[in-house]
Ligand binder design. Structure first.
Ligand SMILES: [Zn+2]
Length: 396
């Protein structure tokens, strides 16, 4: 089993990073390190970072300087975070990690990018009411697709990476933005309805397939307008495939299949660039409940064929519930693809060390292929001891 620590580059001071990474490899016993490429929020509070506890950053800006030639003739390219300055932190950190003997991966957020979306609304999801959701890029948009392929190409050719971890792949939902303010409760079904994309590209693909997408859009528009007055039955229902595929006399099913084809073909393009052309591994963010993957447009069968590993997140899962979820993922995906689990040794997601180590034990007993431990500078120092105990347990 591989144990990888997920970190922000901002956790490390450039002059100390080599020493720290050697310590993580040799004293902690980590196999690898995984660098989060784009800033996940406007402010990072990193109490145990080696320098700079508060990092103000543009959400969606990246920790590397893109090589311009990769994005020639495209209207967009990744936007380097202001914190980079003249440095290329990902370059320096990934080279130091390699030198320390760690396997190195980069976490790429695919369809969540508030920074690019605000600058280029035409690339974003447009819902049934015609509203643009600026923090979500539409996976059907040809520019978004090309941009993502070139960004992973830039990363795997210019940085000594062993793997790319693809996150936020597919049709995401409004509540992916964590600091959303509203007086409405938005249950998953409503979130799904509010976020369904009817941009010109989604509609073009539907037209090519002779799908009556306007009927589906009109149905959702009506439902949402009702929901803005008072909660409706559908808006409060569970997000089950059986219910949602049957709406609008089967037209809804065609749209859901279309979405899965769009996301699968995007994943295939990314795999072509990362794995086939450059021989690096592709990890894709999965879900504890694989049966819910259709909601974001992921086809389980295609995912199994295309990814090297699926990473599920054990955030907020009680230790006793983790084994059945892992078993379920094994049953759905078989041994063809590796199963990795993300664990969070943080008081935000797990009550205490005992519960965290119970999760770790579940991973060991279920013989998962890898564990990603999330957090370093963002954690309390006492929680570093949890990690050390987890590594000892997993390696024993
Ligand atoms: Zn779209």
């Amino acid at each position: 089993m591989k144990i990888v620590q997920r970190v922000f580059i901002w956790d490390f001071a450039p002059e100390k990073i080599s020493l720290t990474l050697h310590r993580l490899r040799n004293e902690w016993g980590l196999d690898g390190i995984s660098f989060v490429v784009s800033n996940p929020s406007k402010l990072l509070f990193l109490p145990n970072a080696e320098h700079g506890r508060f990092r103000y950053a543009d959400e969606g800006a990246v920790c590397f300087h893109p090589e311009k030639s990769w994005y020639a003739d495209l209207p967009i390219m990744p936007i380097a975070s202001e914190i980079c300055g003249a440095h290329n932190p990902l370059k320096e950190a990934s080279e130091q990690a390699k030198a320390a003997g760690l396997r190195v991966s980069a976490v790429v957020s695919c369809c969540y990018n508030p920074l690019l979306g605000k600058r280029h609304p035409e690339l974003t999801v447009q819902n049934a009411l015609g509203d643009r959701i600026l923090h979500l890029l539409c996976p059907a948009n040809p520019i978004v697709r090309e941009f993502l392929v070139r960004m992973v190409g830039d990363l795997v050719t210019n940085y000594p990476l062993d793997a790319i971890e693809l996150e936020d792949l597919g049709y995401l939902t409004l509540t992916r933005l964590k600091d959303l303010v509203t007086d409405l409760k938005i249950p998953p079904a409503t979130d799904h309805m509010l976020s369904r994309c009817f941009c010109e590209h989604c509609c073009r693909v539907a037209a090519e397939l002779n799908i009556e997408i306007e009927r589906v859009r009109f149905f959702l528009q009506n439902e949402l307008e009702q929901f803005f007055i008072a909660p409706t039955e559908l808006s409060q229902s569970t997000l089950d495939w059986d219910v949602w595929q049957g709406l609008v006399e089967g037209e809804a099913r065609k749209v859901l299949h279309m979405r899965m084809d769009i996301v699968s073909s995007l994943l295939a393009l990314l795999v072509e660039e990362i794995a086939h052309k450059h021989d690096k591994r592709v990890h894709v963010e999965g879900r504890l409940l694989p049966a819910s993957l259709w909601q974001i447009g992921i086809d389980r069968q295609r995912l199994r064929e295309l990814a090297d590993a699926i990473e599920v997140d054990a955030k907020e899962v009680t230790p006793d519930r983790l084994p059945p979820y892992l078993l379920l993922n094994r049953q759905v995906f078989g041994d063809q693809v590796e199963l990795w689990v993300r664990l969070h040794p943080s008081e935000r997601f797990i009550p205490n060390k005992h519960a965290f180590l119970a999760q770790v034990r579940a991973c060991k007993e279920q013989k998962v292929d890898g564990v990603v431990i999330v957090g370093y500078g963002s954690l309390r120092r006492q929680n570093w001891n949890w990690i050390l105990e987890a590594i000892t347990l997993l390696k024993s």
